[in-house]
Design a protein around this ligand. Structure first.
Ligand code: PLP
Length: 394
């Protein structure tokens, strides 16, 4: 099919939630993707931070093939080896004691919110039903997670929002202290805000949240859907801060490109979920769990986070060099390989020009461009991307 035929199918048959896009992709390998006509692009978007090992990594492909030939689905009424092994691996490498699997970041957060409320009502005080989240956060598109998301643009048209959410200022502990009270069940926060444009939390902010939650018996939830699993140069972003949450959510790169969410929790909190209280037909599907295990092996056994840290340093240096050459770049920000540039002008048109020149990235916050290359991106690919930016930026 030609690209324009794929676009025509989209325009006629798909609900129009993503707006006008330009490219119909057919194939991917490593950091590179090709469109229907065979034009190649460097993928510094990776399906919005999903393909952390690049496209069609041989170990992921092999794990999927093997498991797909054995057992594709049987639901959670039965035990399946890859899913149990995945829970073990995630628990052994994190603060958590137990895992719950779902199909997306929003579902992982939905489970976290339900778990936190049930735990707090049953173990702290029945009045503990409410949630505190942050302005400019992003937690998903379901009714609960869009209510948790502190950005009106995602809520517009879907009001009334689910009650029980209030929004503090990110990196401002005083604003949290002003809102936290005897009805607060949990505080949910991204250690690095992702969708709003890669803003890391200040160390004293996360440490302060932990202290406040301990003092007031509030559950602390870290949404590491985007910043977790090696992206910041550590296995989990919270490791940079020396602060552990009570619940953490993961998704994006976890399934090696297949849809998977995970909600991890400490034992006493996880105990609030009992048989029949929460679930889902597809969560923890064995094919996706097998892919996730292959991804986790690269992350936990083969130093993927360290590779990301090194690549993050290289990429930051290249972006800083570009900043010196292009006055339109105001700032390079982010953590690890989660880096964005802020411009002195709107970024959307520039991102389209980058696409035409063969570099996929995403426009955020009106004036910024964020880059999420695969964690194992090659230095030559970082150079290539920097060259394209050098040509395109005014
Ligand atoms: C921090 C964070 N939480 C939750 C989500 C929602 O994840 P999903 O799109 O898989 O539902 C996202 C998606 O971008 C995210 O960045």
């Amino acid at each position: 099919m030609k690209s324009e035929e794929v676009v025509a199918l989209n325009d006629k048959f798909l609900m129009n939630t993503f707006g006008q896009r330009q490219i119909a992709l057919k194939r991917g390998q490593g950091t590179r993707v090709w469109d229907q006509e065979g034009r190649s692009y460097l993928d510094f978007l990776t399906g919005i931070s999903v393909n952390a090992l690049g496209h069609c990594h041989p170990k992921i492909v092999e794990a999927i093939r093997r498991q797909a030939g054995e057992l594709i689905h049987c639901t959670n009424l039965y035990y399946v080896e890859p899913t149990m092994k995945l829970a073990k691996v995630l628990v052994e490498h994190s603060f958590a004691d137990r895992a719950f699997f779902s199909n997306s970041g929003a579902e992982a957060n939905e489970a976290a919110l339900k778990l936190a409320r049930k735990y707090a009502k049953e173990n702290v005080d029945p009045k503990r039903t409410d949630f505190l989240t942050f302005k400019n956060s992003f937690h998903g598109r379901t009714f609960a997670t869009v209510a948790a998301t502190g950005q009106e643009k995602y809520q517009h048209g879907f009001e009334p929002m689910m009650p029980g959410f209030s929004y503090a200022e990110y990196n401002d502990l005083a604003s949290v202290q002003a809102l936290a009270n005897e009805t607060t069940a949990a505080i949910m926060v991204e250690p690095v805000q992702g969708e709003s444009g890669f803003f890391p939390a200040a160390p004293e902010f996360l440490a302060g949240l932990r202290r406040l939650c301990d003092e007031k018996k509030i559950v602390l939830v870290f949404d590491e859907v985007q910043c977790g699993l090696g992206r910041t140069g550590r296995n989990f972003a919270y490791e940079h801060y020396g602060v552990e949450p009570d619940i953490m959510t993961l998704a994006k790169s976890l399934g090696g490109g297949l849809p998977m969410g995970a909600t991890l929790a400490r034992e006493h909190i996880a105990a609030a979920f009992t048989p029949g209280t929460h679930g889902g037909t597809m969560g923890g599907n064995p094919v996706i769990a097998a892919a996730a295990l292959a991804f986790c092996e690269e992350l936990f056994e083969h130093g993927l986070a360290e590779t990301a840290r090194r690549n993050g340093e290289l990429w930051r240096a290249k972006l800083e060099a570009l900043r010196k050459r292009h006055a339109c770049i105001q700032e390079v920000r982010g953590l690890g390989l989660m880096l964005a540039i802020r411009l002195d002008r709107p970024s959307a048109d520039l991102v389209k020009t980058l696409e035409r020149q063969g570099l996929l990235a995403s426009a955020v916050a009106g004036d910024s461009i964020r880059f999420h290359p695969p964690l194992n991106v090659l230095e030559s690919e970082l150079d290539e991307a920097a060259e394209i930016l050098d040509q395109v930026l005014p």
